[in-house]
Design a protein around this ligand. Structure first.
Ligand code: FA5
Ligand code: MG
Length: 449
């Protein structure tokens, strides 16, 4: 079952945020560097760009309507992360190749939605925001790191507390109170669609879904407009070459097991549409299972790192984890004065050092006919990360073929080594790369070519 690396010595228990968890050898796949990240809490660290970005985003969802939860532990149950949200048993997100497991019952949350059901059950306010670190086994490049941060927001209305029981009218009154903006947002699709993006029949009337979706979209547009006006002000202050273009946003249809209808919001950035958040009308079963069947409303989830990279123009996601003063000192004082926000000034870039490695993959059966897990790309990523840490900038699969006679598969990867903090010597990179090659053999059972 376990296709993850052997490099991780499997402890019988691990401690996360002061709480001990028993591991299970067949499931445990959390490398030390990822485990160490669980204690960093970058989104709470004063004057850290992720903390500043969280603050800017939160200011658009004010108390007391919204209550904030910023310090929930990342160790959650598979029930919280998947089952409570209606993920099917065979959903790919549950695989060991995609998710960090502590045991068959406990994992590192892959999204802040893991707290939806519990928060709906416990929270008596109209809305909430959960900001937290989330964990995914993933590719390695300048915008992907195994740990990132999300903010989840939800807003509910209680049927039993709305005058005349007319929820749609009550929601529209709340839409009127939202901040206005004058940006034309592209939104070509209907609010719901029978096949592609259905209304929850039997739970919501068309009028209710329309009202809730409008409140959802107007609230999120207002936040993005606010974030980008701060980003624009920072750019105008610091960058003489800044091209001042109007903000463009568009809504697209989406799918999540726990919302319907569902949407994603995209922002036009650097010549391309960039997905910034997913959202939708909360599946009524989640409220029902949480013991609050009279509630109905919306939820969203947004990536904080991605927004912080746009806000400060930070070029590499690894920088958030830096303890280098040349990085951290650039944000001093901003937590207490958001108007002092300015763009990040990159320090000199050290040269990249690319090295290639190619190997025969482990097959799905051994010669003895034993079933064996095939090598997953995320396993390769993790072996490289375990050996090279944050000195690896990018890992790209650049060649793949199957031998016509033996049927064996070969893969070739280009690993780009580059430190954010100093120039690496060639000897140092050669020695690191040799360690990576050895670890690929010992941990994944591949055969080097
Ligand atoms: C989710 O995680 C859903 N839980 C969002 C949601 C919440 C939908 C509530 C409906 C209701 P998704 O995997 O698309 O969805 O991630 C949401 C956002 O997190 C993305 O839009 C993006 O901004 C950010 N994100 C996702 N993956 C990464 C990554 N590898 N690196 C940085 N940001 C990421
Ligand atoms: Mg998405």
């Amino acid at each position: 079952k376990d296709s993850s690396t052997k490099a991780t010595k499997k402890p019988s228990s691990v401690t996360i945020r002061g709480q001990a968890y028993d591991t299970n050898a067949a499931w445990f796949n959390v490398p030390t560097n990822v485990l160490d990240a669980t204690s960093r809490k970058l989104h709470l660290l004063k004057d850290h760009p992720l903390q500043i970005t969280r603050q800017v985003m939160q200011s658009n969802f004010p108390a007391p309507t919204y209550r904030y939860y910023d310090d929930l532990s990342p160790a959650v149950t598979t029930h919280q992360n998947f089952d409570s949200l209606g993920f099917p048993a065979d959903h790919p997100g549950r695989a060991l190749s995609d998710t960090y497991y502590i045991s068959d019952k406990t994992l590192l949350r892959t999204h802040t939605s893991a707290h939806q059901a519990d928060t709906f059950r416990a929270d008596e306010s109209d809305g909430y925001l959960v900001s937290a670190d989330v964990y995914r086994r993933d590719a390695i490049d300048k915008s992907h790191y195994p740990v990132f941060h999300q903010m989840e927001g939800a807003r509910s209305w209680d049927r039993s507390k709305v005058p005349d029981g007319d929820v749609a009218a009550a929601v529209w009154r709340d839409v009127e109170k939202l901040p206005k903006h004058n940006i034309v947002v592209e939104d070509p699709n209907p609010t719901f669609h029978d096949e592609r993006n259905p209304l929850q029949d039997g739970h919501h009337s068309a009028a209710e879904a329309e009202a809730i979706a409008s409140h959802l979209k107007r609230s999120l547009e207002a936040m993005v407009v606010n974030v980008f006006s701060r980003a624009r002000a920072a750019a105008l202050k610091g960058d003489p070459n800044f091209v001042d273009e109007p903000l463009r946003m568009r809504w697209v249809e989406a799918y999540f097991p726990f919302t319907s209808p569902s949407y994603e919001l995209e922002v036009y950035y650097d010549g391309d549409w960039l997905e910034v958040l997913g959202c939708g009308v909360v599946k009524q079963d989640i409220y029902i299972n949480a013991g609050v069947p009279n509630k109905l409303g919306w939820a969203f989830g947004i990536g904080i790192d991605r927004i912080a990279m746009l806000l400060f123009k930070i070029p590499d996601i690894r920088l958030f984890w830096s303890r280098d003063d040349r990085f951290l000192s650039q944000f001093t004082g901003v937590s207490d004065n958001l108007d002092a926000l300015k763009r990040f000034v990159p320090f000199s870039k050290y040269p990249p050092c690319p090295k290639d490695v190619s190997f025969w993959l482990r097959g799905s059966t051994t010669e003895e006919g034993n079933a064996q897990a095939a090598t997953h790309e995320n396993d390769v990523m993790e072996v490289v990360r375990n050996v090279a840490g944050n000195v690896v900038e990018d890992v790209q699969l650049f060649d793949e073929f199957t031998h016509p006679k033996s049927g064996r598969k070969s893969a070739a990867y280009r690993i780009t080594y580059r430190s954010l903090e100093r120039t690496l010597t060639n000897d140092e990179v050669v020695s690191l790369h040799n360690k990576v090659r050895k670890a690929l053999v010992s941990d994944l059972g591949v055969e080097l070519r």
